[in-house]
Ligand binder design. Structure first.
Ligand SMILES: C[S@@+](CC[C@H](N)C(=O)[O-])C[C@H]1O[C@@H](n2cnc3c(N)ncnc32)[C@H](O)[C@@H]1O
Length: 281
C-alpha cells in the first residue's frame, strides 16, 4: 500500500470538502488511504504527490479524476424501502395531492439516490396508488454526485432479490395487482424516473419544485457548513405542503423554520416556496 503523509491527507481532505462537501477528519485517514489505492493503480501514478498534481490539474484529465476521486470516497450503501416510515408519509402526501380537483404532476426528488433503490421504492409507492399509468401523473428526479452510481442505476436490470424486495412494500396495494412479468413491472417503475448527476452543494436548475424530497443518509458525511448549504438548496425546491425526508441520524442545521415535523426525521413545508435563486450556490 502506498503511504499517505499528513500534509497530503490534509490536501486531499480539503479537495473532498470543496468538491462534494465531504468531511474527512484525521480519523478517516486509513479509510481514505485505502479507498484511493485503486485510483493510484488505475492512473499508474507512483505516489500521492503525483496524484494531487493530477487532481489539481485545470484540464479535462484533472476534471475527470476529480469525479473519480469523489466516487471513490462516497459511501453508496442503500436499500429498497430503507427507513420504511418515510414511504407511508409519501403515500399520505400523494393521497392529499390527488384529492385536490385539478392537480399538477406529483414531483419527487431522490437527492443522493445512489444505485437507485430509493427512487425505485418511491416509484413503487406511486404505482401502487395510480396503477400502470402512474408515470403520466408523477415524475421522479433521481440525482447523485457519483456518475458511476447514476450510470449503474439507469442501466440496471431486475434481479429476483430486487423484485422480491419491491413486492414487500410498506404501503398496502390498492391498484393493479396484475403487474405482469418482473421485467415489465421494473420497466414501468424505471419509466417514471429520470437519473442525472447533480452535486447537492449547488442549486438545482429546476423551477417547478417538488411535492416530496428524499435526501437521506447523504449529509451525514458532510461538514456543518456543507450541510447548511445543502439544506438551503433542498428547501428552495420544496413546494408548499411538500414533504422533506432526511436520514435517521440527520437533522436540519438551521432549525426547522417553516418546516413542521411530521414524523421521524420528516418535515412538511408550511410556508410559500423560496425562489431557487435564493438558494446557496
Ligand atoms: C449512503 S448513500 C444514501 C442513498 C439513499 N439516499 C439511501 O438513504 O438509501 C449516500 C449517497 O450520497 C451521495 N452523495 C455524497 N455527496 C454528495 C453530493 N455532494 N451531492 C450529491 N450526492 C452526494 C453519494 O454518492 C451516495 O450515493
Amino acid at each position: 500500500m502506498i503511504a499517505l503523509r499528513p500534509d497530503q491527507y490534509a490536501a486531499l481532505a480539503a479537495m473532498a470538502e470543496t468538491e462534494a462537501g465531504l468531511h474527512m477528519p484525521p480519523a478517516k485517514r486509513t479509510f481514505v488511504t485505502s479507498r484511493l489505492q485503486r485510483r493510484l493503480r488505475r492512473t499508474g501514478l507512483a505516489d500521492f504527490d503525483a496524484y494531487l498534481g493530477l487532481l489539481n490539474a485545470n484540464d479535462a484529465a484533472g476534471r475527470a479524476e476529480r469525479r473519480h476521486f469523489v466516487s471513490a470516497l462516497t459511501t453508496n450503501v442503500t436499500g429498497i424501502y430503507r427507513e420504511p416510515h418515510h414511504f407511508d408519509l409519501l403515500a399520505d402526501r400523494l393521497r392529499a395531492h390527488l384529492s385536490v380537483g385539478r392537480h399538477p404532476r406529483f414531483r419527487v426528488w431522490s437527492a443522493g439516490c445512489s444505485t437507485g433503490e430509493e427512487p425505485l421504492s418511491i416509484a413503487a409507492v406511486c404505482r401502487t396508488h395510480l396503477g400502470p399509468m402512474w408515470a403520466h401523473r408523477c415524475e421522479i428526479l433521481a440525482t447523485d454526485v457519483d456518475a458511476e452510481v447514476i450510470e449503474a442505476a439507469g442501466n440496471r436490470t431486475p434481479d429476483a432479490a430486487l423484485m422480491a424486495a419491491l413486492s414487500r412494500g410498506p404501503v398496502p396495494g390498492d391498484a393493479d395487482p396484475a403487474v405482469g412479468t418482473p421485467e415489465r413491472l421494473f420497466a414501468s417503475l424505471q419509466s417514471g424516473i429520470r437519473y442525472t448527476v447533480h452535486n447537492l452543494l449547488h442549486p438545482l436548475e429546476e423551477t417547478l419544485g417538488f411535492d416530496a424530497i428524499f435526501c437521506r443518509n447523504v449529509t451525514i458525511y458532510f461538514s456543518p457548513p456543507a450541510q447548511t448549504r445543502v439544506h438551503a438548496n433542498l428547501r428552495a425546491q420544496l413546494r408548499p405542503g411538500g414533504l422533506l425526508a432526511l436520514g435517521h441520524s440527520e437533522r436540519l442545521r438551521d432549525g426547522a423554520g417553516d418546516l413542521r415535523p411530521v414524523g421521524r426525521t420528516a418535515f412538511q413545508r408550511t410556508g410559500a416556496r423560496d425562489l431557487p435563486s435564493k438558494a446557496t450556490a
